[in-house]
Design a protein around this ligand. Sequence first.
Ligand code: MLT
Length: 245
Amino acid sequence: MKIFVYHTPEAVPKNVALPDCAIAVDVLRATSTIATALNSGAEGVQAFSDLQTLIDVSESWDSTHRIRIGERGGKTVEGFDLGNSPLDCTPERVKGSRIFISTTNGTRALECIQAAKTVLTAAFINRATVVEYLLQHQPETVWIVGSGWEGSYSLEDTGCAGAVVEGVLKAGKIPLEELAGNDEAVAAVALYRNFQHDLVSLFKHASHGQRLVGLKLYEDLEYCAQIDSLNVLPIQKEIGVLVKH
Ligand code: MLT
């Protein structure tokens, strides 16, 4: 297995063969929300980069079993049911419903890898399930793609990519030089090791973490920092639709 880390969707190589397994990461907060919603019993999570397309597609869904999540700049989009806080995705709210989600960056990252054979999403909260999947299925090539922020690097996504690589290294007893497909994968592990005992502090250094604190969403940071806390693996069952593995 070779793991390649790309910090942003823009850094993903074009016109090359897609990997056997591609993993989207948007720790703050889309992939934390997706994992939480599926863990709380949502029927599936359908991701869109475009808000109007989300509205059009979700119109045909029974309104009692449909939840629209819309976020831009960390805030809830007007007219949407929820605004991308994982804390809102309680079983009482989401069980049995299809979630239709569009966020600033996370859903774009998912879109850029959606044609891969296997597509997963990772956050710190479900890191262990991703590691377990990789060790069990042994895909030859793996891409971990951070969402970044509007084209630029996000500390927390690369930190989470490093946590996944570190998990595979440790449990699989594979040396880093064998596992790392690019320099970014090595850097991601170093970043994770530096902050592994205080992920909230990693978030506080991150520009989007600071943005969320400014929006008084500090509890979201604390929740998203709980590494390996959920036993749920989101996997794409059809283009754009994630379900519990
Ligand atoms: C994103 O897609 O950029 C995020 O998930 C933003 C957020 O809701 O915190």
